[in-house]
Design a protein around this ligand. Sequence first.
Ligand SMILES: Cc1ncc(COP(=O)(O)O)c(C=O)c1O
Length: 444
Amino acid sequence: MTKVLHRTIAHRYPVAETGNGIVIRDAEGKEYIDASGGAAVSCLGHGHPDVLAAMHAQLDKLAYAHTSFFTTAVAEELGEDLIAHAPAGTSHVYFVSGGSEAIEAALKMARQYFVEIGEPQRRHFIARRQSYHGNTLGALAVGGNEWRRKQFAPLLIETHHVSPCFEYRGKGANETALDYGERLARELEDTLEMLDPKTVIAFVAETVGGATAGAIIPVEGYFRRIREICDRHGILLILDEVMCGMGRTGTLHACEQDGVAPDLMAIAKGLGGGFAPIGAVLVNKRIVDAFANGSGLFQHGHTYLGHPLACAAALAVQKVIRRDNLLDNVKAQGDHLMRRLKERFGNHHHVGDVRGRGLFQAIELVQDRDTKEPFDPKLKLHARIKQEAMARGLMVYPMGGTIDGVRGDHVLLAPPFIVDAQAVDTIVQRLGDAVEAAISSTRT
Ligand SMILES: Cc1ncc(COP(=O)(O)O)c(C=O)c1O
């Protein structure tokens, strides 16, 4: 009997033993194509020799040095690298060990910023329903997934949630995408007025909604309007690119495609590609200046900040992505994946939407295409699809609660940036078979 408290206690997980390229092999020799990079993590796939070599070299020099005593060459070089390619105005990077930690740090930075500049009355965060920002208490509080928040609600700081930019579910039939974005912007304005904008710290959003809503992409102009509203009221914009960032959508940062730069941005998964746990906050200069000219520090810290081994992994991952022009492949294979998904599911009676950007795509399952009625949540269609996909040697990232935290099912795809057209074809074929098998199993 296992002594590990696994995510689902009764589930028997296969034992992952080796990984090579886009494939993970279990202890019984079965191979799985990793079409979701785990949870959009493994952007270079598994066992990449250049990343492993960089990690070995760092280990031979120094595995760990506490950041209250030292900095390290590798953390400094990674900082230079990330800032050189960061959104406009970003001057510094704060390293942590994952996505939730990055969000926690960003929330605290935002609050401290206003304390430093003499606006301590600012205490509210506004975020979006259906978002996912992590499972620690601060991240869960800004997160908008009802199922994840429910039992912990009494412990969560008060946050205010507005509608996500979810075109398939939210845009009215007679509304243009532009009008829809405008309506969402007005909803933010109304919420600000209700709270008093001078009490608001920040608006928090995933640039492209990932785990809990399934690759929902913002409509044209949405984020520019959001940026404009934040600026007008002196509110910070915190973008969560933990899942959609670091190349996943075809540009290094997803927000490049929306023409905005945030004040704080959380990155993680694709930063280290799963070779080591690492996340970071990219910080705008005016926030760093406020700290530097005020208390002189960011009042925060964890034992493993800037871990040298994690920094070595992340630096190597980022160098490989650039050296091998992998963002070009993300765009090309992203187009190919979208084409294949549309061929396979575009007219499928039980697939209402195929959406995404780059190698970050999803299908949304529906009981009825015309009414967009979802499957009964009790059927747990998403879990059935995952099981059928695993049986066919395919890892995808299905989730339930797409619409409101309870209803709706989607399947997220986030294959490694090294994927080729032939593998994309196999992924879509196996996914198609898994979806058919899962749907038929609901009828028995
Ligand atoms: C958008 C987003 N933010 C934050 C997190 C939390 O990251 P982590 O699981 O590394 O704490 C996730 C994880 O899936 C995520 O998708």
